[in-house]
Structures are given as structure tokens and as C-alpha cells.
Design a protein around this ligand. Structure first.
Ligand code: SF4
Length: 527
């Protein structure tokens, strides 16, 4: 679905923004642009964009602006008038910046990246660029998991959380452009193609106490319109075997309650909508006290949360959400049977799920959203039928609730326990999704949202891909091809979307083992 922001001019987008932190300046020794290769709506819904924008603009002698994937109409207009993609703040063409910082949350956004670069007057492949072009630095969860498919596009890729290595970016302001690659190749966490020896250690912030990760700019044109999002913790204790976030944000770290309340109180001067962000809000150690403190604020914030565990003690949280006017609650049982759930290390019993929904509906949260995966290793027809039985059971037990069921194809991710799992081909996956969705749609008060089997196959191919995919990504992106052309391009690059195989092991290693994931102990920071 198209976002309204796609039809707005940059002046209209800028005029609807309220800056919480200092906006990007134009004048500075080093001029950077943060490029997000998806729409303004999607990019500004990402806390990573806000965080990087704040952190980069907080560095001395460095200014950072933003650029996003233009709409189809805007792309045509740029091509027709031979104009270049430019920054939101000052309409500066991308190729006029010194540094282009690219962040990506989803592998499929890499399909848009070469187009953005091309429109910005920057050759997508590193081999076609010179020091006269901006330095391309990539970072974000997909890069940290497996940067190989886009390695040949970037001058450097950063692996991990940016906070501990900000001094290295600051140092670039004092160095000539032609020394950046060599300098970064000596710094931890930076992968400079042709210079860095692998494996590269993922970097992470040991403490979050002094770091605020929160919305930098309020705008109505995001998924969380005019909401101030703030990260309360990073990482997850659970360790589900399919989950990338559970791996690349280790260890679990919590911010002290006081470090959350101060920024929230300040943000209330701009908006009452506050979003608490965490892999599992339920796991926050002082959740009851935090909820109580938020209820006491004047004005009381209208709180929403990113996700929670059904088996957590969520009662204080449910009370806060209901008092905030929320009606919905989201849980992720992932599978229909407890057996399959246990096999992917998702520790949630059906009984706990029912109790979680009981507590939520008792508090007035009667719109229940549930996430399921299809195509997990070891899954049988019985497991898929059990998704329908489970939801049917819920509709009977909770006649006052409505249910939105999200069913998504399983996509194996590097560095997870299921990194080498076989997945059904996309035609089979489409059939599996259709069978479950059709049965669910017959149930009363149930809405179904099913993911795309085709795009899950593309995502799997990219997430487990290697350098050979770069040519397919560049061709697919700059020519804006459809799925059948994409399938041909991927096949030419050695990746068969019709039957995605298990990734090759070379010398006992998977391609993405060029990235080392430190297994850090759980931190007590901030408690
Ligand atoms: S609980 Fe959620 S965030 Fe944590 S490991 Fe499992 S799926 Fe990932």
C-alpha cells in the first residue's frame, strides 16, 4: 500500500516535522547523508534512522542529512528531467556529499539500493567509483548478519552497534578522503574490502546507561505517527533458534528506569504518544515500577509497546496500555503445536498463551494480533492444521476478542541455529500459506495477513547469499525488474529461487563466517 508521504514534496515533508534533536546542518567539515533505501514512511518508522541521524549530527565537524527511496513517479520525474536524487534537508544531490551512510533493516531493501545510488549520480559498484565520489559506508542488522551480497558496492561496512565506534567516525573529519579506507581498516568492526582480514568481530555497546536511542524527529508520516519511540532495552534473553535479532543484539542490556523517564518527560512537551521499544518489553526488570511512574506523569503519556511475551507478568503493562486508549495486544506463538515451538526454542506453552490473552482482555485489550511462521524445519501438516485449531479454540474461549493472524514464511538467517535449514520452494510455500490462510478466514472475528512466498524466497537467497549476488542486485535494481526477470538474474548469479539450496560450506565455514559473533555474557548494566 502506498504511503501518503510518497505524494508529498520535500517541503511538505519538512514542514510536518518537529525536531527533537538538532537537525542536520549544511555547513561542516564533513558532510554526510544518511541513505535509507526505502520510502520516507518506512525509513522514518525505523528507530535506527533516528538514532544514526542524532549520533552523526552529534559529532564535531560533521553534519548529516537524510535521503530516501523516491516514489515511482518521483523516480520517473528525476530520470525525465535528468535530475539527481537529493537530500531531504537541503536538496543536495547525493554525489555532492563526502560520506554516504547507508542503513538497511531488511534484505529486500538492498534491491532498492543500487537504484538510489544510480539516481544520486553515484555508480553502484565500488570498482566504478573514485575518491571524487562520496565514501559509501554500510551498517545495520543485514550488514552485520551477512554483508557479502553488497560487499562490492561499499567502501566499508560496519559490523555491529555503532555507539562504541563513533570516535572512529569522528576521526574521519580530520583525515583526507583518500585515507579513510585505510584508517577504517585498522579500526575494530569495520570491514574494508581488500584491506580487512576476516573474521570481523561484531561490536556492541557494553552499557546503555548514557546512550539515548529515541526518536529524533516527530512526523505524522510514519507507521507510528507523531510517536516518540524510545529503546528501553537491547537484545533478548530468549534465544529462539530462527531469530536474527536474538543473536546480533547480544547481550541483553536494559536501560535504567531513570534514563527512560527523563527523555520521555521532555518528549511530552511535543507529543503524548510514547512507544516503548524492546525485543520483549515483558522482560524489563522494573516493568511494574516503570508503568506506575508513567501513569503518574502529567500529562500521562499514551503508551504503546513494540512486542511482549505472552508468558510474562504483563498486568501492570496491560493496565497502562488500556489507560492509554490502546485496544490491541500482540503475541508471537510462532507455531500451532507446543512440540514444534519447543523444537525452535520458543518457550511458550498454549496454557501461557491463553493466560496472556485472558489478562489482556480482562484489561480491555480485546484486539489480539498473533504471529505464526510456516515452513519451519520439522513442520508437518499436523503442525499447520494446529495453527487453525489453536485460533479456533481462541475464538471460542474469547468471544469478546477479535483476532488478526499474521502468517509468514520462515526465512533462515545467518548466525542463527537454523542458518542452514532447508526451506520449501516458493510454490510449495505459497500453497502451505494458502491452505492455512483459507482455513483461518472461515473463522469468526479473524482477519488474516499472509506474507509473500516469492519475496520470502528472494529474502532467503539474499540473506544467505555471497558476492556473486551483487551483479544481480545492481541489474535488478537499476532496471526495476519484475519477479520473473529477478528470478533469471538470480539464476545467472548462481542462486536458484525455484529451489533454494542449503548454502555451501567452504573450508568448513559458511560464507558469512567472515563475521564473528562474540558470545558476550548477559549484562547487568542499568539494573
Ligand atoms: S523472543 Fe522474539 S526477539 Fe527474542 S529471540 Fe525469540 S523471536 Fe527473537
Amino acid at each position: 500500500m502506498r504511503a501518503r508521504s510518497d505524494q508529498l514534496t520535500r517541503e511538505q515533508l519538512l514542514s510536518s516535522e518537529t525536531a527533537i534533536t538538532s537537525p542536520g546542518r549544511d555547513e561542516a567539515r564533513l558532510r554526510a547523508c544518511l541513505l535509507y533505501s526505502n520510502s520516507y514512511h518506512t525509513g522514518m518508522s525505523s528507530l535506527a534512522v533516528h538514532t544514526l541521524y542524532s549520533l552523526l549530527n552529534g559529532l564535531d565537524e560533521l553534519s548529516c542529512q537524510r535521503a530516501f527511496l523516491p516514489s515511482t513517479e518521483e523516480t520517473e520525474r528525476l530520470n525525465r528531467h535528468r535530475q539527481r536524487l537529493s537530500s531531504l534537508e537541503t536538496d543536495t544531490p547525493l554525489d555532492d556529499f563526502d560520506l554516504l551512510a547507508v542503513t538497511t533493516s531488511f534484505e529486500l531493501d538492498w534491491l532498492n539500493l543500487p537504484l538510489c545510488l544510480d539516481l544520486g549520480g553515484i555508480p553502484p559498484r565500488r570498482s566504478e567509483r573514485t575518491d571524487a565520489h562520496p565514501f559509501l559506508l554500510g551498517g545495520g542488522p543485514c550488514f552485520t548478519a551477512n554483508p557479502l551480497p553488497v560487499l562490492n558496492l561499499f567502501d566499508a561496512i560496519y559490523i555491529g552497534e555503532v555507539e562504541p565506534r563513533l570516535p572512529d567516525l569522528q576521526a574521519l573529519t580530520q583525515l583526507p578522503r583518500d585515507q579513510w579506507a585505510e584508517y577504517l581498516s585498522t579500526r575494530p568492526g569495520f570491514f574494508v574490502p581488500g584491506m580487512t582480514r576476516s573474521p570481523v568481530q561484531r561490536q556492541y555497546a557494553t552499557m546503555l546507561d548514557k546512550i539515548i536511542t529515541a526518536t529524533a524527529i516527530l512526523t505524522p508520516h510514519t507507521e507510528f505517527a507523531n510517536s516518540y519511540l524510545i529503546e528501553m532495552s537491547r537484545g533478548c534473553r530468549q534465544g529462539c533458534s530462527f531469530c536474527l535479532a536474538g543473536q546480533i543484539y547480544r547481550p541483553m542490556r536494559n536501560r535504567p528506569m531513570e534514563a527512560l523517564l527523563g527523555p520521555i518527560q521532555s518528549a511530552l512537551a511535543h507529543t503524548r504518544r510514547i512507544g516503548l521499544v524492546s525485543a520483549s518489553v515483558s522482560d524489563y526488570p522494573r516493568l511494574d515500577q516503570l508503568c506506575h511512574a508513567l501513569m503518574q506523569m502529567d500529562p500521562m503519556p499514551l503508551v504503546s509497546v513494540s512486542s511482549m511475551r505472552a508468558d510474562g507478568d504483563n498486568r501492570a503493562l496491560f493496565e497502562l496500555l488500556a489507560a492509554s486508549g490502546q485496544q490491541s495486544v500482540t503475541f508471537a506463538p510462532e507455531t500451532g503445536t507446543e512440540t514444534l515451538r519447543q523444537s525452535v526454542c520458543k518457550r511458550l506453552s498454549d496454557e501461557a498463551l491463553f493466560q496472556g490473552i485472558t489478562d489482556a482482555s480482562d484489561a480491555g485489550l480485546t484486539s489480539v494480533k498473533l504471529y505464526f511462521l510456516v515452513g519451519l524445519p520439522g513442520e508437518t501438516e499436523h503442525d499447520r492444521a494446529a495453527i487453525v485449531s489453536l485460533v479456533e479454540h481462541l475464538t471460542r474461549d474469547f468471544p469478546g476478542c477479535s483476532f488478526t493472524i499474521s502468517i509468514n514464511p520462515f526465512v533462515p538467517k545467518p548466525h542463527t541455529a537454523l542458518q542452514a535449514a532447508e526451506v520449501p520452494d516458493y510454490r510449495t510455500m505459497r500453497q502451505l500459506l494458502a491452505t492455512v490462510s483459507t482455513a483461518l478466514r472461515r473463522l469468526p472475528r479473524v482477519q488474516v495477513r499472509a506474507g509473500s512466498a516469492r519475496w520470502a524466497a528472494v529474502q532467503t537467497a539474499i540473506s544467505r547469499g555471497d558476492e556473486h549476488l551483487a551483479s544481480a542486485l545492481v541489474a535488478a535494481s537499476t532496471k526495476q525488474v519484475d519477479f520473473s526477470q529477478l528470478r533469471r538474474l538470480f539464476a545467472e548469479a548462481g542462486s536458484n529461487l525455484d529451489q533454494i539450496g542449503i548454502p555451501p560450506i567452504r573450508d568448513g565455514q559458511y560464507p558469512w563466517d567472515i563475521i564473528a559473533m562474540p558470545t558476550a555474557p548477559a549484562s547487568k548494566a542499568g539494573l
